[in-house]
Design a protein around this ligand. Structure first.
Ligand code: PBE
Length: 302
């Protein structure tokens, strides 16, 4: 028996203490044993922790729940990006199970040991990118901004630096400015050959996802440095696409395509313009802590 092996070499007092602890352990009516026997679903109350309802990953997750035959038991909770990371932290600190709607780039992968659940049915898509979108007429009205927004492109590591600084408590604009100061060549490539303007107004729409908070704060400062008067408007995903389509926002750096925001892109087809890819190789899916004993969305069935 394992226990007796561990006891070898312990003194009488320690032995007694361990003995008492062991008795105490048995007094819980075997609750610990029952916990260990619980399925992932049971231990999670069949809840996947989601984010804001308009996010594309919520639509994808509802689809995953159906396609993997989980709809009888499982539910997707709604909240926000911040509520999701708070729930993740709470579970992680206690080594409890949790399944969240997750995406990369995101600081949570730096902060915690996490893994994507395999998605053999490909519900969360293959190659995903973050693209920049603008309202119709932007090029004619704000040609300099149009040029800069079209040139904007950075890496997961770049965004990560801004995101992590914010997560560690830096103010959003300070984190963005620090990144710009350390990456003048990259920024210069976005603004190369573009003339400065004199206080022209521009409105960028974004959602409070950590990735988009980082990109929009950087672009705000870049455009301000080029002479623009920049307003950042924080909205939900649906209103963001509506705003670009009806022209009440000039642009957004937050279009995840071809899959995540495809419903919006199709709904507003012809009413917005794609300005280019600002990041390659991004990803969405269901994410769990490494310590969880499951590897695939299919394992949620058990
Ligand atoms: N996200 C982050 C967004 C796109 C950016 C994955 C939460 C979404 O699901 O719509």
């Amino acid at each position: 028996m394992k226990l007796s092996k561990k006891l070898v070499g312990l003194g009488a007092v320690a032995l007694l203490a361990v003995g008492l602890a062991a008795c105490g352990g048995n007094d819980d009516g075997g609750k610990a044993d029952k916990d260990a026997e619980k399925s992932v679903g049971e231990s999670l109350n069949y809840k996947i922790t989601g984010i804001d309802p308009g996010a594309g990953i919520m639509e994808a997750t509802e689809k995953a729940i159906k396609e993997y035959g989980l709809e009888k038991d499982w539910d997707l909770t709604t909240g926000s990006g911040a509520a999701m990371t708070a729930a993740l932290k709470k579970a992680y600190d206690k080594e409890q199970p949790i399944v969240v709607t997750g995406w990369t780039p995101h600081w949570k992968f730096t902060e915690y040991d996490l893994k994507y659940l395999e998605d053999p049915k490909g519900v969360y898509g293959e190659e995903e990118q973050i693209r920049t979108i603008g309202r119709i007429g932007l090029e004619a009205d704000l040609p300099e901004a149009y040029q800069i927004l079209s040139n904007f492109n950075w890496s997961e590591a770049d965004m990560g630096e801004v995101m992590i600084a914010i997560q560690e408590g830096e103010k959003e604009d300070v984190a963005a400015q620090n990144w710009i100061d350390a990456n003048t060549e990259k920024v210069a490539a976005w603004t190369e050959g573009v003339e400065k303007v004199d206080g022209d107004k521009i409105k960028l729409a974004y959602v409070a996802w950590d990735s988009e908070i980082a990109s929009h704060n950087v672009m705000k400062l870049v455009l301000e440095d080029m002479g623009y008067n920049v307003t950042l408007v924080q909205v939900e995903a649906g209103p963001l696409w509506t705003a670009v389509a009806d022209g009440s926002a000039d642009a957004s750096l937050a279009a995840w395509l071809p899959l995540t925001h495809n419903t919006y892109a199709e709904k507003f087809a012809g009413k917005f313009e794609e300005l280019g890819i600002n990041m390659e190789g991004v990803k969405t899916g269901l994410v769990v802590p490494q310590y969880m004993d499951i590897d695939s969305i299919e394992d949620l069935k058990n």
